[in-house]
Design a protein around this ligand. Structure first.
Ligand code: PMP
Length: 683
């Protein structure tokens, strides 16, 4: 059996032209790559595959000078180039390496090949989920599989990037190899796309290269010793070229949305339901009324259908709860199984204990648990307990915490909240510890608790969470993390686990049960014990269908490594959007921000203010192309690569329309319904 490494190389890189021939320690980058790949023990031969374009004559000349094997094929149809190269060389197994991987490691290549050889897969790689630094990318597949992909794959972007069809078509036995040493791949960018990446690679070579092929471990040890090296090219987007490829694809055509039934039912509902919705962010005012559906009928996986029968890919996922997917089989069957035994009883049910135990095993700060129905129950219960324990009335908060008086009073939606209640809560700014210091200074020994969302769309800087914790405790107050959004999403144990800061109490809701109504306050035993006296009691607190769904959901998140999926898919949509927005010159108008499992697209006008008209036009154009977009992506386990690729094509089309509308000053004119209204204005 012949194992052939095919290194894909060309000089025409838009960011860093001719990077493959740039100098590293006296030799072209491609020379180092060939040497490194050749020293993998399991590889029989190495070939450089470039294109027939004249500008690549330089690569051919370079290869001949060094006696390297070379093949020339199509410039853009790289799948074809690979197929023809492998055929000519009579390869049985192909190892795909790209010529931007200047630090490709022989031992990683050998690991991937040996897994391929052992287990009869068609395609083995370490690039489906990144557990190695980006730039250690290895893909191994049989010639037969390559032939099949070459015959079947029709998508031009997939052909350009060679292997999307292996990953996404469901036609191959595929396997992802994981790094045994746990690292955060987001911290590393070893492939060379830009000058700062080249600078990083050159610095690594300067330390480690003495005519030798240095190993993966040596690079990692170096970066541990000199972490500042990582700063040279940090925050780089992985696979930028892939996202730019969407610009070459045909735009997605708009479909005339028929929404007659929605509009008719809305007229009836207007007389019966104020705002026509139970939740502000789900109301017609958040969509381009007149051009958007008002009522949904059903969902399956990442899809939903409106009452007129239109199908959409859903990104709001009911504002976050649907973490696995709509009508997710394991949860639907858990619900059915329990519902036939009854729903709510006169005494507590054993499942309450089971869920409490599961939460205590899962969430770092959890020693005891009380359930509620909505996030607001949990946050308000936690605040009441803090007040009871400290004997203080005042609260400092940061973020959104629900509809109850103690919180909503400090926002612009404070109608009906007594002035005296409003005075008891103060807000502080995220990442500005001095704003919390001021509250403590102005209210000595009066603050019962600090309640905050541990992370929103901006990450904590300069140890902010730890500082909040110390300041809160120094002032004799209780720290509550509102993890209604972050829980079971950023990490299984919430942001407290991800950032390693343990609060006294924490509140969960949303993603906990894949859409059923349940929330929880958890925390330290001595504080939670207060609930024995503090009144926190609901008729439906122990309703077991939601509890069974929560048990099933948490187990599924754990077993299927759902969190990793959310990060992967969320990163693709975020990076893809930002690359496209930049390519369209719209960076200052719109960006996708936040941690990948939940990102938000923001729209700004020329002076940097929120722009609801731009948001409306973008939303309208997405809806016409089957993407249900409000402003955030609550990624779920059912969002597939296909969904994300399609969505990025839709986004590319909508951005194209946006750019045109901005330049011709006709954003409002293009709206086919009413502009969306502000969800909420924070104080
Ligand atoms: N806290 C946070 C951080 C939230 O996002 C929300 C709801 N969006 C709540 C609390 C309140 O949850 P609920 O709407 O379920 O009462």
């Amino acid at each position: 059996m012949k194992i052939t490494a095919v290194i894909q190389a060309r000089v025409g890189s838009s960011r860093l032209p001719a990077k493959v021939l740039m100098d590293i320690q006296g030799k072209p980058m491609l020379w180092h790559i060939v040497k490194r790949v050749s020293s993998a023990k399991l590889i029989d031969e190495v070939v450089i595959a470039t294109s027939k374009n004249n500008n690549n004559d330089r690569i051919v000349k370079f290869a001949k000078e060094h006696d390297f094997k070379i093949f020339r094929g199509s410039e853009n149809n790289c799948l074809d180039r690979y197929y023809r190269a492998a055929k000519e060389l009579k390869a049985d197994v192909v190892v795909r390496i790209t010529a931007d991987c200047a630090l490709i490691c022989p031992e990683v290549i050998d690991n991937v090949i040996s897994e391929y050889l052992k287990n009869g897969y068609d395609y083995v790689t370490n690039t489906i989920y990144y557990t190695y630094p980006e730039g250690c990318d290895v893909e191994v597949f049989s010639f037969e599989a390559l032939k099949k992909a070459w015959r079947e794959c029709r998508d031009s972007v997939a052909r350009e990037h060679v292997t999307p069809y292996f990953k996404n078509s469901g036609r191959f036995r595929i396997k992802n190899i994981e790094n045994k040493i746990h690292i955060n791949p987001e911290e590393y960018k070893w492939s060379v796309d830009r000058i700062e990446d080249m600078e990083f690679v050159r610095r690594v070579y300067k330390y480690l290269y003495h005519g030798n092929v240095f190993s993966y471990k040596e690079i990692m040890d170096l970066l541990e010793k000199y972490p500042e090296l990582k700063q040279i090219n940090s925050k780089a987007i992985i696979n930028e070229g892939f996202y730019r490829g969407f610009l070459k694809l045909p735009k997605i055509k708009a479909k005339k949305l028929r929404i007659n039934k929605s509009l008719l039912l809305k007229r009836k509902a207007d007389k019966l339901i104020p705002n026509c919705s139970q939740t502000l962010s789900k109301s017609y005012s958040q969509f381009v009324y007149g051009a958007a559906p008002v009522f949904l009928e059903k969902g399956k996986g990442s899809r939903v259908w409106d009452i007129d029968g239109n199908e959409y890919i859903d990104y709001a996922m009911a504002l976050g709860p649907v973490i696995l997917g709509h009508n997710y089989p394991a949860i639907t069957s858990a619900i059915k199984k329990i519902a036939v035994k009854g729903v709510t009883f006169t005494l507590p049910h054993r499942l309450e204990v089971e869920l409490a135990e599961l939460l205590c095993r899962t969430i770092p700060c959890a020693e005891m648990v009380r359930f509620g129905k909505n996030g607001s129950d949990a946050t308000s219960g936690a605040v009441r307990v803090a007040r009871a324990l400290t004997g203080r009335d005042k609260v400092a908060c940061c973020g959104y915490h629900g509809w109850q008086d103690w919180y909503i009073g400090v926002t612009t939606r404070n109608k009906g909240v007594p002035g005296e209640v409003r005075k008891l809560t103060s807000t502080f700014e995220y990442n500005k510890i001095e704003t919390l210091e001021k509250i403590f200074a102005e209210n000595p020994k009066q603050i019962a608790c600090v309640i905050m969302e541990p992370v929103g769309v901006v990450e904590p800087e300069d140890n902010f969470l730890q500082k909040v914790k110390e300041l809160t405790h120094k002032n004799g107050a209780i720290l509550i993390f509102d993890e209604v959004v972050t829980g079971f999403r950023i990490s299984l144990g919430g942001a407290q686990e991800y950032f390693n800061v343990r609060p006294d109490l924490a509140c969960f809701g949303k993603a906990m049960s894949n859409g059923l109504p349940i929330s929880a306050v958890v925390g330290k035993r001595e504080i939670m014990k207060q609930f024995e006296e503090v009144f926190y009691s609901f008729t439906f607190g122990g309703e077991i269908v939601s509890i069974a769904a929560a048990i099933g959901t948490i187990k599924e998140i754990k077993e299927k490594n759902v969190i990793r999926h959310l990060w992967e898919q969320g990163r693709k949509i975020k990076d893809g959007y930002n690359v496209l927005s930049k390519e369209y010159g719209l960076e200052r108008y719109t960006q996708c921000i936040g941690l990948p499992p939940r990102t938000v697209i923001i729209f700004k006008n020329r002076t940097g203010q929120d722009d609801l008209l731009l948001k409306s036009l973008f939303q309208q154009e997405c809806l016409k192309r089957k993407v249900l977009f409000t402003d955030d992506h609550n990624i779920c386990f059912s969002h597939t690569d296909k969904d994300i690729d399609y969505t990025l094509r839709v986004y590319r089309t909508a951005l194209d329309i946006l750019r045109d509308a901005i330049s011709k000053n006709k954003v409002r004119k293009l709206l086919e319904g009413e502009s969306v209204r502000p969800v909420f204005r924070k104080p």
